[in-house]
Write a protein of this length. Sequence first.
Length: 279
Amino acid sequence: MRVMVLGAGGMLGHDLVATAPPEVTLFPFPRATLDITKHDAVAATLADVRPDVVINAAAYTLVDRAESEPQEAVRVNGAAVGALGRMARQVGARVIHFSTDYVFDGTATEPYTEERLRHPINAYGMSKLAGEKDLRASGAECLIVRTQWLFGVHGKSFPKTMWERARAGRATKVVRDQTGRPTYAPDLAAAVWTLLRRGVCGVMHVANRGEATWLDVAAHIFARAGKPDLLTACATADYPTPARRPRYSVLDTARAEQALGGPLPTWEDGIDRFLASPL
Ligand SMILES: NC(=O)c1ccc[n+]([C@@H]2O[C@H](COP(=O)([O-])OP(=O)(O)OC[C@H]3O[C@@H](n4cnc5c(N)ncnc54)[C@H](OP(=O)(O)O)[C@@H]3O)[C@@H](O)[C@H]2O)c1
């Protein structure tokens, strides 16, 4: 099977490449070699590679900056994804694309199923919602994987920052009133390869097992660093950011568990493997 990975230099893109199964002929494209907003280049590359599947891990992911440049976020996360879908349909390639818990407003009190009403509360979430809609409208055969709170060895992430602060002995305040599912990028990548092999289409929530606040995640990491006393709780209101965040955005992963034959490992297990890797 011929598989193109776009955004191959990003956190998830890197782990998709690293975990590709042997039967896959992989064509990884970091941003430097293929910009997904350059439609002519994307079309030429599709014609050249003739992929069976295109995995789009490229995205505009600067959540706070998107508030001041929403058009740029939509250009990458919306319009380019729709165009990719149309081009993929023309060459008969399936598309696997990633979306986010930030398409939801976070007012729920129980995990979000795939069908729940999407109502983003920030510009990044709106751009990702545009991508979901444009890809579905393109007519391409596709799987949209919504995930959340990703962390991995490549790139910045909250767990990495917490580990660095704990190791440096820095007192740290973390919000206790946002709840989600921390997700280890290699676990997500492995699940995606399984879903790809099984030909799963539609929308699917994939995240590590369990739920946590950011404070829970930080507490786990500071405990592992032997520095639990350096951590204190605060509220989102005490830590204003340009973009609003959903208060509760836990994704219901029952559909993925059915398709994969079981849940992903717990987020704590993911954090422990992350901390055991060379950071
Ligand atoms: N991180 C999370 O917590 C999270 C949560 C939910 C969903 N997701 C989704 O998961 C997917 C992967 O995210 P990630 O965490 O791996 O993000 P990431 O580390 O920021 O990777 C995204 C990659 O896309 C590249 N890119 C940006 N604009 C591009 C363009 N026009 N053409 C080609 N490549 C471009 C970036 O390159 P540069 O670095 O050079 O800009 C980067 O390498 C995204 O769809 C994201 O929305 C992420």
